[in-house]
Design a protein around this ligand. Sequence first.
Ligand SMILES: [Zn+2]
Length: 279
Amino acid sequence: MPEGHTLARIAGALDAAFAGNEVHVSSPQGRFAAGAELLDGGVVREARSHGKQLFVEVEPPGSPEPRVLHVHLGLIGTFTIDEVAFVGEKPVVGQVRCRIEGEGHVADLRGPMVCAVITPEEEASIRDRLGPDPLREESGERGWERVTRSRKEVAALLMDQSVVAGIGNVYRCEVLFRHRVDPATPGRALARETWEAIWADLRRLMPLGVVTGRIVTREDQVEVVEGAMAKGETPHLTERTSYVYRRTGEPCRVCGTPVSMRDLAGRKLYWCTVCQTGT
Ligand SMILES: [Zn+2]
C-alpha cells in the first residue's frame, strides 16, 4: 500500500501541474461520472495530502463554494501525472476512474479505494480523525497522547492512522528497528524519549521518500540521499534494501540473527529478536 510519502509526491505533482488552472474533469470508466461533472470546468486551488488521504480543492464553474476531490488509493490505486503537448493527446488506457486535464498535463486515477467529491467541512472532519503527519507537522504530541494511553503493541499503534498519519508497514518495521524497539511493547510502556526519537526519525526519513519516491531507511543510504540533497543533486541509490522489512530468515544487518516475521492484525511484522528489546 502506498505510504504517506507517495501521497505527498502525488499532491505536489498535481499542485505543480494544475494549481490555478481551469481543468477538464471526467470519468472515462464512468463510475465517477456524477462527481466529475461537479468539478468539470473548475479551477484547481490546491492539492494536498494528509497521511494517505489526498485532497484536491477545486472552485467549480459559477460557484464560489469550493469542492474537494477526496482520494484514498487503498492497496492498488495509482494516480499518474503526465505532461502532454495538447488536451486529448493521451488515449485512455485501462480503467480510469477520474481524469484531470489541464494546460500541458493529464492525470489519471485508477483503482482507488475512495474517489468522491466532498465539502471543505467534510475534509476538515476527515482530517480531525487523523493523527499527525510527520511530513506536515513538527510535533508528534497528538500521537503520543494516544500511544501512552494504549495497551496495544507499538507495532500496531504505528499503523493506526489516528495515531500517526501516513505510516505503512515498511516505515513501521524499519523505524522500530532503527530505534531497537521491541515491537510488542505496549504503547503505555513506551518511553517518551523513544516516541520522540521515533517521531524525529520519521520527520527525517519521510522527506527522503518524497524526494526519491522510495522508502530509504538504511543509515548508509539515508546519508547518501541527504548528502546529494544538500548539494542540490539527484541521489542515486543502487540497492533497494531494508533492515528487516521482507527479510524473513536473512541475517540481521547488525547482529546476524535471522530476521523474524509474524502476523499482526493481518499485516506481516518483521523484526530482530536480539536487537529489538528496547522500550
Ligand atoms: Zn539484530
